[in-house]
Design a binder for this molecule. Structure first.
Ligand code: FA5
Length: 344
């Protein structure tokens, strides 16, 4: 039985070595299959107890049981250790997540068509000596209407459906003409200002009308300003934006309470030759209202109408942009449609 004892010692050493040399859970599983299952070397050794005499059982039973208990304990503690190592390695991988490894296809941005047109307009007017100004979109009734010669109950208030706020006499400006008033209140003539900004109207939308759109306001006040100055300025401006040799303009008398006389200028529709839904079958698209500043407006801003005269214009910047780039629906200008925006 001496050799059985040696056998047990050798087996114990083999199991200890095998467990300590297992570096992964997969390797440890191979050790379990080899030494700790029912067909393993250890099980075969223990099976020999059945054929032993009671004295031998007394001697070898506890030794073999201790050998098995020690082997199982070693196995369990090694398993825990390897599981922890594996978990830590997994967490470390997450910790060092390489954010630069994922590189989505780069998309280059481009300027919005409004930005292109505003830049062009401002450059033309700055070169003619105008100052670019800005003002609030949320404004008051006095600046948007009364100072512009549109008192309360004047029928001209119906020309521009207004978005009123739940604040006394406050509204979203219906026109950038408010900048005429604000500029004359801040600066004495001679003055020449240009403003590009949003206007708001309580209107149903269609291909050429929106409830928020852009206007470009211009105002020149000096001595001896006439309609000739207004028309020359308009032509210079339009020539810089469009090829006026190809595009026809039409000037018609019109009414705006803040100018006298008043005109409207239409541009030939570039989308058709016989009428379409954009020009409402008329072949013309209205782009600007203008005229000589009404003496009442000058007086409201403490400018003496017997000394100074001036002209003012309000371009539909949105419509100019549509004509400039051949955009046939105004609503596209506010859309986030990348296929549309990528073209500019
Ligand atoms: C005005 O707003 C005047 N303030 C213009 C003006 C300024 C006249 C200075 C005289 C002196 P009107 O409502 O016509 O006028 O608008 C001017 C331009 O804005 C129009 O010619 C048109 O091109 C554009 N426009 C008007 N309503 C809309 C709308 N709902 N959607 C898009 N563009 C519009």
């Amino acid at each position: 039985m001496e050799s059985l004892s040696e056998k047990a010692q050798v087996l114990q050493k083999k199991i200890q070595d095998a467990i300590s040399h297992a570096h992964t859970l997969e390797e440890l599983e191979q050790v379990r299959l080899a030494y700790l299952t029912r067909q393993s070397e250890l099980a075969l050794l223990m099976a020999q107890l059945k054929t032993m005499t009671p004295e031998q059982k007394k001697e070898f039973g506890p030794r073999f049981n201790a050998l098995r208990a020690q082997a199982e304990e070693l196995y369990e503690s090694k398993k825990k250790q390897l599981q922890q190592t594996q978990y830590q390695a997994h967490e470390r991988k997450k910790e060092f997540f390489d954010v630069t490894a994922y590189q989505p296809r780069l998309r280059h941005g481009s300027l919005h068509p409004y930005t292109h047109v505003i830049e062009q307009i401002e450059n033309v007017f700055i070169s003619m000596g105008y100052c670019v100004v800005d003002g609030p979109e949320l404004d008051d009734e006095y600046t948007n209407f009364e100072a512009l010669n549109v008192p309360a109950h004047h029928p001209a208030r119906d020309m521009q459906d207004t978005l009123w706020l739940e604040l006394p006499k406050k509204l979203m400006r219906t026109q950038t003409s408010t900048l005429q008033i604000r500029s004359m209140q801040q600066q004495k003539p001679p003055l020449a200002i240009l403003a590009c900004g949003r206007a708001y109207r309580y209107e149903a939308t269609d291909a050429t009308h929106d409830y928020v759109f852009m206007q470009t306001e211009g105002l020149l006040v000096d001595k001896n300003i006439s309609m000739a100055n207004l028309l020359a300025t308009t032509k210079t401006f339009l020539a810089a934006i469009f090829d006026t040799k190809r595009i026809e303009l039409r000037i018609r008398p019109s009414y705006f309470p803040f100018v006298e006389p008043g005109v409207e200028i239409d541009m030939q529709c570039i989308f058709c030759s016989n009428g379409c839904s954009v020009c409402k079958q008329s072949r013309w698209i209205e782009i600007v209202g203008a005229g000589l500043v009404h003496p009442n407006v000058l007086k409201a801003c403490n400018v003496d109408p017997s000394v100074y005269t001036g002209f003012a214009f309000g371009f539909g910047l949105t419509r100019l942009t549509m004509l400039r780039y051949g955009i046939n629906d105004i609503r596209l200008l506010h859309s986030p449609d990348l296929d549309f925006l990528k073209q500019f």
